[in-house]
Design a protein around this ligand. Sequence first.
Ligand SMILES: Cc1cc2nc3c(=O)[nH]c(=O)nc-3n(C[C@H](O)[C@H](O)[C@H](O)COP(=O)(O)O)c2cc1C
Length: 160
Amino acid sequence: MKTLLAYASKHGTTRKAAEKLAGELKGEVKIINLQERASRNVRIEDYERVIVGGSIHIGKIQKSVREFCQGNLDKLLQVKQLGLFICCAEEEEKAREQLKNAFPAELLEKAAARGFFGHEFNLDKMSFISRAMIKKVAGVEKSESKIKDDNIKKFAEELA
Ligand SMILES: Cc1cc2nc3c(=O)[nH]c(=O)nc-3n(C[C@H](O)[C@H](O)[C@H](O)COP(=O)(O)O)c2cc1C
């Protein structure tokens, strides 16, 4: 099955998670970064499976992900198989709430897989303000990587 994996990422976590997921999927996988201009030329109808992912910053997914979903809603509702995921630091109920707010309800309903792929805090890559916020709000003093490999595998299995 030919797969389009479209993502957006601020400090690289979602890109890493997308690459891990691509490694778990069978068939041809085309990965595109929705923050790059070239991604606007993608032809969704050329793919049987589409996976869209982004990360949560102050409760919201990237604008590029929202615009991609909203602008291509009809086409995404037509694809044979859809998967949606987020990278975020919150867990359980809060993570579910963030996922619900990140994607249009119709797409969440259609999706064969919905995933939470964990998070990283890369203090070195953050702006001064982000770093100060993360230290204060999350109490994080050093960089951490908590990508949920098991969830990525499960997500791939759900789409198999
Ligand atoms: C400034 C800032 C705000 C964040 N806000 C949230 C948030 O509201 N909810 C959450 O679950 N995670 C939050 N996170 C954690 C990110 O989702 C996490 O760092 C993720 O790995 C970022 O992925 P990316 O590098 O692909 O953008 C925040 C991180 C930063 C740096």
